[in-house]
Design a protein around this ligand. Structure first.
Ligand SMILES: [Zn+2]
Ligand SMILES: [Zn+2]
Length: 214
C-alpha cells in the first residue's frame, strides 16, 4: 500500500468549492479523505460508476455534513451514478470499495480533530445561524489550509479490508408504462398486477380499489 498522497491542486479545490457552493473546512476534509482512500487503494476516480463504491456515514441536518460533497467530488462516487451509498450514522467516515478486488479502506478523522472543531470560532458562528458564505474569509481560509496541508496521519485514521462484503447490483435498462398514471417506470420499480404494470403509488390505489369496501 502506497503512502504517497495525491496533492489537491488549487484548481481542484476551487472547482469543488464551486460545486459545493461555499468555502468551509468540512468539504475539503472530505475531498482529502476521498483522495487518500483512492491513493491507499491505488485506484483512479470513478468514471463509469461501478468500479468504485463509497459508503458515507454522515447523517442529515448536522454540522460538517459538507464532508460528503468533498468525497463525491474527489472519488467520482455520486448520487446520480448510484455508487454513493448513504449509511447515516452521524459519523464522519467514508469507506471506499474497489468492486473488482473487493479491497476497501475506511477513512475517518480522528476523534480529537473533530471534537476540537466544535469549539472553534467557525463552528460557534455556524451554530449561531451565520451561513457559511457570510463568514469572514480570515476565519475560514486557515482552517481549509490546515486540513489540506497537515500530514494525513494527524488528521485521519485508516482501516483496510481485504474482502469487503459488497454485492454488485446489475444495472437495469428497461422500463414500462404505468397502467394508471401513464408515466414511465423503471421495470425493477414496477409491479405487474392483474395483467398490468403499475408504479408504486398507483399499485397502492389499484389494490385499495380491488378490496371490498362494504
Ligand atoms: Zn460546506
Ligand atoms: Zn403510476
Amino acid at each position: 500500500m502506497t503512502r504517497d498522497e495525491t496533492r489537491i491542486s488549487q484548481e481542484e479545490l476551487e472547482a469543488a468549492q464551486y460545486f459545493h457552493g461555499h468555502k468551509c473546512p468540512a468539504m475539503p476534509q472530505g475531498l482529502r479523505a476521498g483522495h487518500l482512500a483512492m491513493d491507499l487503494l491505488g485506484v483512479h476516480r470513478a468514471r463509469g460508476g461501478g468500479e468504485l463504491v463509497a459508503i458515507v456515514e454522515t447523517g442529515d441536518h448536522h454540522f460538517s455534513g459538507c464532508f460528503v460533497d468533498g468525497v463525491m467530488f474527489a472519488t467520482g462516487c455520486t448520487t446520480g451514478k448510484g455508487n454513493l451509498v448513504r449509511k447515516p450514522l452521524g459519523k464522519f467516515a467514508v469507506t471506499l470499495i474497489d468492486t473488482k478486488t473487493l479491497r476497501a479502506v475506511r477513512v475517518t478523522p480522528h476523534y480529537e480533530r473533530m471534537s476540537q472543531c466544535l469549539t472553534m470560532d467557525f463552528f460557534k458562528l455556524r451554530a449561531n445561524g451565520v451561513p457559511p458564505y457570510e463568514l469572514d474569509p480570515q476565519v475560514v481560509e486557515p482552517l481549509i489550509k490546515d486540513v489540506l496541508t497537515k500530514p494525513w496521519e494527524e488528521i485521519f485514521a485508516v482501516q483496510t479490508f481485504d474482502q469487503y462484503p459488497y454485492r454488485k447490483e446489475p444495472e437495469v435498462f428497461d422500463a414500462v408504462q404505468c397502467a394508471h398514471c401513464g408515466e414511465l417506470v423503471v421495470t425493477s420499480y414496477a409491479t405487474s398486477y392483474q395483467g398490468h404494470w403499475y408504479c408504486e403509488p398507483c399499485l397502492d390505489q389499484a389494490l385499495h380499489a380491488a378490496s371490498p369496501e362494504s
